[in-house]
Design a protein. Structure first.
Length: 191
């Protein structure tokens, strides 16, 4: 078997039952705790005893640089939000998982929803390099006014030029709410 399996292939090879045997997921808080694992999960009684004495009952998962939590299990790294979805629903998600409040560490089940990659992009904050700090807003250096733009079906649509960042941002937010619905930044969390 190839070592370069897709994420979907890797997930399909990890039964949800195995996740449930190893992890306790608290859907209200989004936290994971290691369960006391059975001897059948280990190659020897020695490893079984050592692993359970070190990990059982302790928090599972490690934060990554981008804030997402990763869980190391059976020589694989599993994104906690996808594991949460699998444990709660009984199946790995078919699509991407969006954190409604945009906090990648908040894996409470009420904060997770299945979505397309495009919908996931709709619910993002302004780019960290944005000079205006507002999503969809830039400064027109020729006029000194603020331009609001949105991308729809792969095309950039100009929403107009405004005297203030706030007015341009309001135009962007209104267009995002109209075209992106529940996945617009304004619907998911405050920008």
């Amino acid at each position: 078997m190839s070592e370069h399996r897709t994420a979907a292939e890797r997930e399909a090879a990890m039964p949800v039952l195995r996740l449930r045997e190893c992890l306790f997921y608290a859907p209200e808080s989004g936290s994971f705790t290691w369960k006391l694992r059975p001897l059948s999960h280990f190659k020897s009684e020695r490893y079984w005893r050592a692993w359970n004495s070190l990990h059982a009952g302790k928090p599972a998962g490690v934060p990554m640089v981008d804030g997402r939590i990763v869980i190391n299990l059976d020589k694989g790294k599993w994104l906690a939000h996808r594991v949460a979805w699998a444990i709660q629903t009984g199946a790995w998600p078919a699509l991407a998982i969006d954190h409604i409040d945009r906090d990648h560490a908040n894996n409470s089940f009420a904060n997770l929803r299945e979505c397309t990659l495009q919908q996931n992009q709709f619910n993002r904050a302004a780019n960290s390099t944005s000079r205006t700090g507002a999503k969809g807003v830039s400064l027109d250096r020729h006029t000194g006014r603020y331009m609001a733009k949105i991308t729809l079906r792969g095309r950039t649509v100009n929403l107009g030029r405004f005297d203030t960042v706030e007015k341009a941002s309001a135009a962007y937010m209104a267009a995002a709410a109209k075209h992106h619905g529940e996945f617009s930044t304004s619907a998911g969390a405050a920008a």
